[in-house]
Design a protein around this ligand. Structure first.
Ligand SMILES: [Ca+2]
Length: 331
């Protein structure tokens, strides 16, 4: 195991045994009062594709000496629990956008507010981190950035971060994308606390591990955006293997099953990264359910591509099948 997979093993064990995600602890969890000092914004462009430049809200001098280009698209990505602004998913997301076009890629690094083992605390930190990110948007627009060229994206808890950022932005964002938004601690949240269709002109959500915690799922099981995508039905992804802790419960088998939970959850980011530059589309069909989609009853319904090239006129629930390995899209 690599260090990150060991970490995920420990986190997954904690999740599934209820040690970390105890829903009863969610209402009591308070956000870190020093969240503003623990949230960092890291900028990469094609002029600095490897070494980031820090951005600070309210500091136009730092912005002015950076490579930030206000006429280029601005992509803002927020990581999830246990991750950080320079983890492998964040950097691969960065690379995919910089490969596609010259843009300002900003990673919201809130790693010290998203540390295990206290998930409820991390969930509470989503609100201030989201507001700080919204303040960054407001600052960049005040310095000449084009509102219409913003796209905010977030994974798991990070999906709610960018939702809150959209709410905080003075100028409504054109698009926010949520990757398998976290469900634990947000079951009873109001729309201001979670990513939803009121946070941007177009909100697209991709679900890959939808369900309840006792079902070994981490993602929201309900539609949240203008368009919600449910690859392979939205809960279990091909190639991740069965998540069954009851069979032949040796340590090795349990470890493998726990790894598959995170595989289903994190696969959403893999799909999106592929969609940024791939010629093979994730063609998706508007339908009421995955079963109905598979029956062929929706074959004549509206279709669009899941991921970056989605049609912003898409509305409703969309279904598609995916491959177990790259390329994940089936065309
Ligand atoms: Ca919201």
């Amino acid at each position: 195991m690599t260090s990150s997979s060991i970490l995920w093993f420990l986190v997954s064990c904690s999740i599934l045994t209820g040690v970390v995600v105890n829903a009863e602890l969610c209402p009591q969890a308070l956000a870190d009062p020093f969240a503003a000092f623990k949230t960092h914004f890291l900028l990469w462009t094609r002029r600095n594709p490897i070494v980031f430049q820090p951005l600070i809200v309210g500091n136009p001098i730092l912005l002015g000496v950076s490579n930030y280009e206000p006429t280029n698209p601005t992509i803002i990505y927020a990581h999830g629990w246990t991750d950080n602004g320079q983890n492998i998913l964040s950097l691969r997301m960065r690379d995919s956008f910089l490969q596609r076009e010259d843009c300002n890629f900003i990673s919201v690094d809130w790693q010290f507010l998203a540390l295990p083992p206290a998930y409820p605390k991390s969930a509470a930190n989503v609100q201030p981190v989201g507001e700080l990110t919204g303040n960054l948007v407001n600052f960049l627009i005040s310095q000449g950035a084009d509102r219409l060229k913003f796209h905010l994206l977030g994974f798991s808890l990070g999906a709610h971060v960018v939702g809150r950022a959209g709410l905080t932005a003075i100028d409504i964002m054109p698009r926010i994308t949520g990757f398998d938004p976290a469900f634990p601690c947000f079951e009873k949240a109001n729309r201001d606390e979670i990513i939803d269709s009121t946070d941007a002109e177009f909100v697209d959500i991709i679900h890959t591990n939808a369900g309840l915690l006792f079902q070994k799922s981490l993602g929201f099981p309900f539609s949240l955006g203008h368009a919600d995508f449910w690859p392979n039905g939205g809960s279990i992804q091909p190639g991740c293997g069965p998540v069954d802790l009851t069979t032949n419960g040796t340590i090795g088998n349990i470890a493998a099953a726990l790894g598959r939970v995170s595989c289903n959850h994190r696969r959403v980011v893999e799909y999106f990264i592929e969609s940024v530059n791939s010629a093979i589309p994730f063609t998706s069909t508007q339908c009421n359910s995955y079963a109905e989609f598979n029956s062929g009853a929706c074959a004549n319904n509206f279709q669009t591509s899941m991921g970056l090239p989605v049609s912003t006129s898409a509305r409703g629930n969309f279904f598609l099948n995916v491959n177990p390995s790259r390329p994940f899209a089936q065309g």
